[in-house]
Design a protein around this ligand. Structure first.
Ligand SMILES: C[S@@+](CC[C@H](N)C(=O)[O-])C[C@H]1O[C@@H](n2cnc3c(N)ncnc32)[C@H](O)[C@@H]1O
Length: 185
């Protein structure tokens, strides 16, 4: 069975064309950043955000000089301010992979307030037919509260956003879950 992170990439693939703009809101080791960079190609742009310099260093090595990527040591709660003004309504994909970096300090984790701030800004940035994905980890301390906060927020989205939710039910519940939001108009 696909993992939530793999399913996020599968869902996003058709939404991201060569030359598009995309955001990795939680760069970590850079797997999703590289995925987005290869979809948009050298004529596109990918903006990556993380609060850990060590994570960005690993990601930069993985990205191997891809010129379409800009990495920022900055929280995703500052997404809108960190992007050019013309990005509003033009971003094909925004990926959030919440929680902490595997193998790193578990205290440096995403938090409900900053996640919701970043998500609100991503909703303004995403293009029509563009998509936002969030991988939620309800199994770690604080993760269930964060997942609940995101679900509550999403339940109140206006009708021009379609939302899908995927979660494996067994084994190992609570398992990671995926939320995918598409802007329809
Ligand atoms: C699950 S990891 C991301 C894994 C990544 N997608 C990869 O491919 O390796 C979550 C990341 O979110 C980062 N993070 C925590 N708070 C953040 C914030 N406010 N803004 C951006 N990134 C944040 C952590 O430092 C961590 O690297």
């Amino acid at each position: 069975m696909l993992r939530a992170t793999e399913l996020a990439q599968l869902l996003l693939r058709p939404a991201v064309q060569s030359g598009a703009w995309a955001i990795d809101a939680t760069v970590g080791n850079g797997h999703d950043t590289k995925f987005l960079a290869d979809l948009v190609g050298p004529s596109g742009r990918v903006f990556g955000f993380d609060v850990q310099a060590a994570a960005l260093a690993v990601a930069a090595a993985r990205l191997d000089g891809r010129p379409q990527v800009t990495l920022q040591l900055c929280g995703h709660e500052h997404l809108a301010a960190a992007l050019p003004a013309e990005a509003a309504g033009q971003v094909a994909a925004v990926m959030f992979n919440l929680g902490y970096l595997p193998g790193a300090d578990k205290q440096t984790t995403t938090r409900p307030a900053t996640t919701l701030a970043g998500l609100a800004q991503a909703l303004d940035l995403v293009a029509v037919r563009g998509m936002i994905t969030l991988v939620l980890y309800p199994g770690h301390p604080g993760g269930a509260d964060e997942a609940a906060a995101v679900r509550t927020y999403i339940a109140r989205l206006p009708s021009n956003f379609a939302v899908a939710h995927w979660c494996r039910l067994t084994p190992a519940h609570p398992a990671p879950a995926l939320l995918a939001i598409e802007r329809r108009s």
